[in-house]
Design a binder for this molecule. Structure first.
Ligand code: DC
Length: 217
């Protein structure tokens, strides 16, 4: 494939988006843009300033002077590799809260569109197929049962040495799903022309093969 093309992957937390997207990016030799990482990077910047996630004006102000970029070895915030810090659990809910702020969405969406403007990308998030890359050639919406998602997230955190009770994790996932689905601007939603894939009972390999076969159709 020589032509520039875009793949949009949306879905809730721990539906398998980032694992699948990074594997597909490697296989198709295109860029992978994890838009959640951008909301997380802003969340980290605000958290480090000591801001409460409800301090909308303060958080908006940070957008005037922020650099977020994707390099070979990870996500950089203002020149620092923050790939591990943005995955810490307290950043997840913080990122979800601030992602509802209009200015936050406006600025990050603009950055995302720019990144995808001149190259082939696979981009994952909550509003890629409905907003950021509305004209993407390929759109998928991944889902998985709440139990499967909670266990996946639990294992991910455990492997990083982060201990959190499963019950608390389920509560947080529900809270984030609620926030992300019910915010006013660009809520998480399956685009009309997206294909839904339930990954609960599928291996990573199966999901990857399914998506690649659709792209090659
Ligand atoms: O995909 P993630 O869990 O890393 O995303 C963290 C939060 O960022 C998520 O709860 C909502 C927000 N987000 C968003 O609002 N829009 C996106 N395109 C990606 C993430």
């Amino acid at each position: 494939m020589n032509k520039i093309f875009q793949i949009a992957i949306d879905g809730p937390t721990a539906s398998g988006k980032s694992t699948i997207s990074s594997i597909i990016a490697e296989e198709l030799k295109i860029a992978y843009i994890d838009t959640g990482a951008m909301y997380r990077a802003l969340a980290l910047k605000a958290y480090r300033k000591g801001f409460d996630s409800s301090f909308e004006d303060g958080i908006n102000g940070l957008l005037d002077d922020i650099s977020i970029d994707f390099r070979e070895d990870g996500v950089y915030l203002d020149g620092e590799n923050v790939s591990d810090q943005i995955r810490e659990n307290h950043i997840s809910l913080y990122a979800s809260t601030i992602s509802a702020y209009p200015k936050v969405r406006e600025v990050l969406t603009k950055m995302q569109k720019e990144i995808a403007s001149n190259k082939s990308v696979i981009m994952d998030g909550r509003d890629i197929g409905t907003n950021v890359l509305k004209d993407a050639e390929y759109k998928f919406f991944l889902i998985a049962s709440p139990e499967v998602r909670a266990i996946r997230r639990y294992k991910e955190l455990e492997s990083r040495g982060d201990k959190i009770e499963l019950d608390k994790l389920i509560e947080e996932i529900n809270q984030r799903d609620f926030n992300d689905t019910n915010r006013k601007i660009n809520p998480m939603k399956k685009a009309k022309d997206a294909m839904e894939i339930d990954t609960s009972e599928m291996t990573v390999e199966e999901v990857k093969n399914f998506i690649i076969s659709r792209i090659n159709e």
